[in-house]
Design a protein around this ligand. Sequence first.
Ligand SMILES: Nc1nc2c(c(=O)[nH]1)N[C@H]1C(S)=C(S)[C@@H](COP(=O)(O)OP(=O)(O)OC[C@H]3O[C@@H](n4cnc5c(N)ncnc54)[C@H](O)[C@@H]3O)O[C@H]1N2
Ligand code: MOO
Length: 478
Amino acid sequence: MGCNNVIRKMSSSSSHVDNGSIAHHLPSIPSVSSFLQVVHRHRISPWPAVSMEEAMTSIENSMPEGRCKFIPATLAKPGHVLVSQVVARSNVPEYHTSTKDGYAVIAADPSPTRRVVGVQVAAPTTPDAHTLQLGECIRVCTGSILPHGADAVVMVENTILVQHDGNEEGVIEVKTTVKKGQDVRLPGADIKEGDVLLEAGTVLGPAEIGILASNARRDIEVYRRPRVCVMSTGNEILDCTMDEQLCPGQVRDSNRPQLMALFRSRGFKPIDAGIVPDTREHLLGGLITAFRYSSVVVTTGGVSMGEKDLMKEVLEKDLKFKIHFGRVWMKPGLPATFATGMVDDLPCAVFALPGNPVSSFVCAELFAVPALRKMGGYLKPHHTLIKVTLANSLKLDSRPEYARAILREPSASSASSSSSDSSSTVFLPTAYTTGTQCSSRLLSMAGGNLLLRLPARSSECTELPAGTVIDALVVGAL
Ligand SMILES: Nc1nc2c(c(=O)[nH]1)N[C@H]1C(S)=C(S)[C@@H](COP(=O)(O)OP(=O)(O)OC[C@H]3O[C@@H](n4cnc5c(N)ncnc54)[C@H](O)[C@@H]3O)O[C@H]1N2
Ligand code: MOO
């Protein structure tokens, strides 16, 4: 796209949609001039800045329900959540089995040597009809079913081959004393029929998928991993794959790839809803198209006070969605917006996040990730909260702030301020903030695995000194 073209578009406040695929889906819209004229815009935001707690509660109460499906254990993915309890259908193992490669014997057998009268390998087999007698043994492998009459296994290392025909073992001598039950795994030793293997609400990981597979599961009911459309908005935004010189005012789209990666890394299915220009028609068309793919859409940009910040208008007036909050008293992310409504008779939700790259990322992490986790069946959808020690002093903002930080190795920190026992010393990990915490500075996210919960500034406290113990949300691998 040439620069002239972009500038023309940016200056055209009432340009109509010329893209057939989006225009195709548009419902009729009242005259855009009715509220796009800059003289009519709000001069003070009509949206009260709600507290973080209020924002989280309205999300929790208003998100669409998650959906469920049946899958075989082999299709279970890390992050799937079980809808119902899974009970063991059979014992594991089902039979007495050997836990060693060696010989199945009778423990109390006083014979000085034992004839090798058969072989029982670990393979699909019916246990040998022969019942072991005194003076006999049967060669077994790890996992072999124990032959009838045997009650112990002797490891091959603890035997001497006394007689053979050059091909097959004939007689062995056991060098050690043998205890009844040694190296024998009893039926149900690992899992008993009827045992609860996994509770409802279990988040599946590799171990849980293995457990399901070990019990021959073909009908696991799980929550669908939520899909989420990610859309960037803004006339100035250019797809990052467009390898061209930026025109004055153009900005490469970092929000969309970043949020897609965030959602993917959390086990959801992100769908690319593209870049949508700042017109009511484009925004509405983009949203309606996105809702064909997913009931949750995350947008960035266009939610503040600018003349091109039309997202809230479109959500409320065109889509007829309910805006639960249009501002949150937090930093970064003040204009973060959450709305729900019906599209094609299905409940849908929009997280309309600020365009500033750090703001959109922090808000997606704080609002969208827990909401999607809840849709995906998580019983505990919120981030883990830990206590950390500040490595450096931090100035407080008028808004409660979520500062990006990196957790480093624990250091001894006196807990006397928070404990009545002044002699106690606790080892708390130390948090290092990631440089200037400006909401446009993406580098403040790099390597960050914590969001520090800094309180709002007050007349008594304007700065937290180094060494202060504060709450932090874990948002990355530690
Ligand atoms: N008069 C006021 N102005 C602003 C207020 C306010 O309360 N009153 N709030 C400020 C705060 S806080 C934030 S945060 C921003 C959010 O504004 P918008 O959501 O309307 O975002 P935009 O104006 O569209 O963009 C802001 C900034 O981010 C860049 N951007 C946007 N999208 C992307 C993207 N996909 N990739 C990379 N960068 C992006 C955009 O170019 C702008 O520079 O509003 C303040 N203003
Ligand atoms: O809240 Mo904005 O995200 O401060 O820049």
